[in-house]
Design a protein around this ligand. Sequence first.
Ligand SMILES: [Zn+2]
Length: 253
Amino acid sequence: MIDSHAHLAMLEPAVRHEVLARAHDAGVTMILVPATGREDLDAVAEMAGEGDGRIVGAVGFHPHEASRCDAAWKRRVEGLLGSPGIVAVGEIGLDYHYDLSPREDQRRVLAWQLALARERGLPVVLHHREAWEDFLAALDAVPGVRGVAHSFTEGAAGVAAMVDRGLFIGISGMVTFPKGENIREAARAAPSGRLLVETDAPYLAPVPHRGKPNEPAFVRLVLEHVARTREIEAAALEAETDAAFARLFLGGR
Ligand SMILES: [Zn+2]
């Protein structure tokens, strides 16, 4: 069982150690840790490089941090992309809900990172919120990029738009929320082989842990809920999502 999105680089080392032990006990075999920007780029590269292969990383600038991504930081991201265990460019995208960076900066930094990923032959980890039209336009400007639209919330039509563009769908613990009908719709609509599960830890803890810090061990709750939604066995979904993750991020390994 793989957690395809957990921000473990944001945790204190002692907490992270405990969280990783619980993930191991829960049967989590691999975790993808995305970076968000200046604060955690180095920590992600360090974690991905030092582990026993159970942690892989993505480096990039989250839309919240886009305005900080100057020429020096771009060189830093480019350099870290060659590090051991770094398998993707991420977390990148557009967030017009919080608008923590000017939208112009968000679009510019996303376009640069999509082009960089294509140039390096790496997949991307995509974030989007309240920016759907611009998000699609950014993707269409750089055809051929592979990746996952993480913590997906757009429902069945949105799933089709992503799948048509060759992208995967990441389902988070929001699928367990009473008001998460759009997420359950997405979880049903995603074709087998294009679906990943994730926690987005430390955010978005699934039921019954809502309001508490999320952690990769809880990805089992996400997986079980998605399996019920798709009316298949959890073990079968686990095999499917693990294989999809390997195909996208590990070159089929
Ligand atoms: Zn994230």
